[in-house]
Every structure is written in C-alpha cells, then in structure tokens.
Design a protein around this ligand. Structure first.
Ligand code: HEC
Ligand code: HEC
Length: 255
C-alpha cells in the first residue's frame, strides 16, 4: 500500500516534526479509514457473531429485528416456544423445499458451517425466546406428523371448512377470500409458495407482528383443538392448484 504524501508545505514548520512522529510511530495500521481488526473482511466461514450471521443470511426475509419481514417473524417468543431447537436447526440447514426458504447447510449446498448454524439457533432462542412465559401453556403439536403420533385422526377438509367458519371467517371472510381484518388465505398464488407447515405455524401462533392472534384467542374461551388445527390447514391446502399440491405434500412429509 502507498503512503499518502503529507501536504507538508501547507503547514506551519513547527508542526512538521509532530506530523512525522505520528506517521512514523503509527505505521500503516493507523492510516485513516483503514478497518480495525474486527471490521476487516473475513472469509464467511470464520464469522461466529450472531448479529452478523443473522443480518447477512436471514434479515432480508425474516426482518431486520426478526419481525415484519416477508417470511414469518422469528423474534416471536410464542413461535419459539412451539418450535424446538431441532426444528429451527432443520429449517435453517435444509430450508423448505418448494418454497423460497433457502438451505444453508453445507450438505444441502449452502455455505454455513454446523457451528455457525448452532450460533444462529442459540442466538435466536436466547435473544428472542421467553420459555419461562409459556411454562404452563399446553401447545398443540408443531407438525401434522406429531399430531398424528399423539392421536389425532387423519385430516378432513370438510371438518376443516367448519373450523374455518368458526375460528377464521370473522377476519379472513366467509369463503377465505379476505375480509376487513385479514387478507385472502385461499389465493392459489399465495398457497403455491407456502408449505403446509408454514400454514400450520401461522394457525397455531398467529402473526403477532401483523395483528393475527394465536390458536387460543380466535374464539374467546375456546382454543382450537389439535384436530381442528390439522383440519383447517387441510382445508386451506385444498385450495392449492393441482400442480402445487405435490409440493405441499412433499414439504409436509419432510418433518
Ligand atoms: C382477529 C383476526 C384474525 C383471525 C381470527 C385469524 N386471522 Fe389469519 N391473519 C390475520 C391478519 C391481520 C393477518 C396478517 C395480514 C394478512 O395476511 O391478511 C393474518 C394472516 C394469516 C395468514 C398468512 C400468514 C403468513 O405468515 O403469511 C394465514 C395463512 C392465516 N392468517 C390463516 C388464518 C386461519 C386459518 C385462521 C383461523 C384458524 C385465521 N387466520 C384467523 C388476522 C386474523
Ligand atoms: C429468501 C428468503 C429467506 C431467507 C434468506 C431465510 N428464510 Fe427462513 N423462511 C423463508 C420462508 C419463505 C419460510 C417459510 C417456508 C414455508 O414453509 O412455506 C421460511 C421458514 C423458516 C423457518 C421455519 C418456520 C416454521 O414454519 O416453523 C425457520 C426456523 C427459518 N425460516 C429460519 C431462517 C433463518 C435462521 C434464516 C437465516 C439463516 C432464514 N430463515 C433465511 C424465507 C427465508
């Protein structure tokens, strides 16, 4: 690197020794504008700082502070109490096939190391999780698979339509095409881009950042049962167009 030529003639003679002393004793590392050690560019694999990893890899879709992005908020204690660390890890590592959620694990073609994914999972949970707030809450199963393992019967769209009218229609409209408080939830263009799990997560924990309550609060005093949750997701998914349906099934089976 070239040293800039000090513009000595412009200065009064008495400060020349001072300038020389500064330049000679500080060396190249102190040239103005030179990044400090922490600011220097690092190859991606060396970054272990949560904020940096999150900003570079997640904030574009999940929002700068984990809220109000195009994809669901991660800065959502209720969601973090529902989804366990293994679920978060799997979603980050493998992404969600058939949707825009990218895979970050190196075995899935991404470029985050296992340790970096650990930093993300731990950082998300420790910064944004509040498990103590939900100690006494009985959550519905996160996935359809777990719901079936815990004894719900196979999904039924007809029952789902009934559940929709009971719990959702007041906001999303009688037929799902949108109402005064919520947009359409049966738009094929929307459904083509989201997995059944994303619909299920939304039904369970809502969208606190956008004003959608959670499974306990749609009808006061009447939380949705695990069966109703599974059925209403099946009803939503039944509005997917034939081509997109295969993708929905695939991402459902993944978990
Ligand atoms: C009190 C009003 C309200 C109720 C009740 C409600 N929602 Fe919502 N919902 C919203 C709002 C507000 C949003 C965010 C804005 C939008 O997308 O319309 C939303 C968003 C959604 C989304 C998109 C979520 C995302 O992350 O993209 C889905 C899917 C959804 N709701 C389904 C349902 C279903 C199914 C039910 C019933 C089980 C339901 N909602 C009940 C208000 C409500
Ligand atoms: C290009 C946009 C995009 C980026 C970047 C992105 N995501 Fe996502 N993510 C999504 C979408 C879209 C979904 C929902 C996919 C679906 O299931 O339909 C999602 C889903 C998830 C889920 C699962 C949500 C659920 O329903 O349980 C987690 C956890 C998650 N992302 C974490 C992350 C983290 C952490 C990062 C950064 C390492 C990240 N995502 C980067 C778009 C993105």
């Amino acid at each position: 690197m070239m040293h800039p030529k000090p513009a000595i003639p412009l200065f009064h003679h008495s400060i020349i020794p001072l300038i020389l002393t500064i330049i000679l004793t500080s060396g190249c590392d102190r040239l103005p504008g030179k990044p400090t050690l922490e600011e220097r560019w690092k190859p991606g694999m060396e970054i272990m700082d949560f904020s940096q990893l999150y900003a570079q890899n997640c904030s574009a879709c999940h929002g700068a502070d984990g809220r109000l992005g195009a994809a669901r908020p991660l800065n959502d204690p209720l969601y973090l109490a529902l989804a366990n660390p293994l679920t978060l890890r799997a979603a980050i590592t493998r992404g969600v096939p058939g949707t825009s959620a990218p895979s970050f694990g190196q075995q899935s073609g991404g470029n985050l190391t296992e340790k970096q994914i650990d930093v993300l999972v731990e950082g998300i949970l420790s910064r944004w999780g509040k498990p103590e707030d939900f100690k006494n809450v009985v959550f519905p199963p996160y996935s359809l698979q777990n719901a079936i393992l815990r004894g719900t019967t196979p999904v039924d769209q007809q029952r789902g339509a009934v559940a929709y009218r009971t719990y959702c229609a007041q906001c999303h409209g009688a037929d799902g095409n949108g109402g005064t408080k919520g947009g359409s939830v049966i738009d094929p263009a929307y459904l083509a881009l989201v997995s059944d799990q994303a619909l299920r997560s939304a039904v369970i924990v809502g969208r606190p950042d956008l004003g959608m309550p959670d499974w306990r609060a749609y009808v006061p005093g009447q939380p949705m049962s695990p069966q109703e949750i599974s059925d209403v997701v099946a009803w939503l998914a039944s509005h997917r167009q034939a081509g997109a349906l295969a993708q929905g099934k695939q991402s459902k089976e993944r978990r």
